[in-house]
Design a binder for this molecule. Structure first.
Ligand code: URP
Ligand code: ZN
Length: 461
């Protein structure tokens, strides 16, 4: 006995066709015509798209940022993910300065294990690189943590160029992919200090002290260091034209550079910082929202295939009590915003239905490419025999309005309040289990830890 999703349109990163999908146990057994057998559970998917479950490779759940902790933990964050059709998340574990990667991994497992509604994996943030950590990196790869992250910004996290270069060389030896938060932290720290000294303390100075050129410079630098190291590199949350141009130049000369952007950078812009009073704090994230010119460049880059992933950088803080920590000083506003729940509907509504990208591109950006880059393909990221039955039955005719009151994310606002969203995850299957139906989430934390495969090492003769 199996489950048959009957008569839907299967969308993968490279095809679109009418078919039944038969699920047996936790995996897809067959994709084809007339797959129903007696005793099967049949779900009528006619008129719906069958999408591989979304993979969000950039979340921060249950993250302590010093002054406060994110509003969403692994339970509420992954419930929101499931509600929106995302069945896998990859969260950023983070080494404490002076701490070990093993300690960070244990801490993240303690936060996530048994609490996740979606499957989950971890990247490992490195803040303190030394020979012992270089050794630990290979142990992380053995534990299924095959991607790392370094920050070029944030006083407490940023690393210097030597460290970037060393870590990239190391990643190449061990089959890992290093992601970078690209902003020139030294220049930004000076601009922030000057703004505060000049009593320019309102939220809009967050954006004014983090100019796009600081991101473009850091992106260019990281790519050059990766090219020198002969290592692949991943640029997280790319927001501006200058940084995208650096990526395009590098891709076109054969550098293994991969990148992601996020819905907020495609849909929101710097005008959000002109919001009344302290409301602009809702949009304080790093990098900040950019100009409409940057936004247009990102959409063009997405259409043209220069982006690999559409992530969310979900890092939610309540407006009341958390964002408000920075009422007197924008640099004390916790950085980040919510988004994991609305990613698929936003890109479907504002990307696919506007003709900017195809459905196949949507699947590639929201699922397949992340599975490939982060060692999960073909178990995740596609609908094919043998793959995990992580499937979203997407109803393209549904239409609703995004509101904080109606969201699953456990945060008191959404940057998309009042925005129309088309399409809905009518059913969500996680490894063959129905985990959401008609927007109602099954109240069981079925998510499993994903030990990921190493990044393929390029061979040299
Ligand atoms: O503002 C942001 N994006 N906060 C989350 C941490 C990061 O930089 O990814
Ligand atoms: Zn982030």
């Amino acid at each position: 006995m199996g489950i048959v999703l009957r008569g839907g349109t299967v969308i993968t990163a490279d095809s679109e066709y009418l078919a039944d999908v038969r699920i047996e146990g936790s995996t897809v057994s067959t994709v084809g015509q007339g797959l129903v057998r007696s005793g099967d559970t049949v779900i009528d998917a006619a008129g719906c798209y069958l999408l591989p479950g979304g993979i969000d490779p950039h979340t921060h759940f249950d993250l302590d940022v010093g002054s406060t902790r994110t509003a969403d933990d692994f339970a509420s964050g992954t419930q929101a993910a499931i509600a929106g059709g995302t069945t896998t998340i990859i969260d950023y574990a983070a080494q404490a300065r002076g701490g070990t990667l093993h300690a960070a991994l244990a801490e993240w497992h303690a936060k996530a294990d048994g609490n996740c509604y979606a499957d989950y994996g971890f990247h490992m943030g490195i803040t303190d690189y030394n020979p012992a950590v270089a050794d630990e990196m290979s142990q992380m790869v053995a534990a299924g943590v095959t991607s790392f992250k370094m920050y070029l910004a944030y006083k407490s996290l940023k690393v210097d160029d030597k460290t970037v270069f060393q870590a990239l060389r190391r990643s190449r030896e061990i089959g890992a992919l290093v992601g970078f938060h690209c902003e020139n932290g030294d220049a930004i720290d000076m601009l922030v200090q000057e703004a505060i000294e000049a009593a320019n303390t309102s939220p809009r100075y967050h954006a004014l002290t983090r100019p796009a050129i600081a991101e473009a410079e850091a992106t260019n630098r990281v790519i050059a260091l990766a090219e020198m190291a002969g290592a692949p590199v991943f640029i997280v949350h790319l927001t501006c034209k200058g940084a995208l141009e650096a990526v395009i130049r590098a891709k076109s000369r054969g550098v293994a550079v991969y990148t992601e952007t996020c819905p907020q950078y495609l849909l929101l812009d710097e005008s959000c910082y002109a919001a009344d009073g302290f409301e602009a704090a809702k949009y304080v994230m790093s990098p900040p929202l950019r100009t409409l010119t940057d936004q247009a460049a990102l959409w063009n880059g997405l259409s043209a295939g220069f982006f690999d992933c559409l992530a969310t950088d979900h890092c939610s803080f309540n407006y009341q009590g958390q964002k408000e920590l920075g009422r007197q000083d924008f640099s004390k506003i916790p950085n980040g915003g919510p988004g994991v729940e609305h990613r698929l509907a936003l890109i479907y509504t504002y990307g696919v239905l506007t003709g900017k990208i195809t459905l196949q591109q949507m699947v590639a950006l929201t699922s397949t490419n992340a599975a490939k880059l982060f060692g999960l393909f073909p178990r995740k990221g596609t609908i094919a025999p043998g793959s995990d039955a992580d499937i979203v039955v997407w109803n393209p005719d549904a239409s609703s309005v995004i509101t904080a009151a109606a969201q699953t994310q456990r945060v008191d606002y959404t940057p998309y309040e009042g925005w129309r969203q088309r399409g809905r995850a009518e059913y969500v299957f996680l490894r063959g289990r129905e985990v959401a139906k008609g927007g109602t989430i099954r109240q069981e934390a079925l998510g499993e830890y994903l030990s990921r495969k190493p990044f393929p090492i390029r061979r040299e003769d």
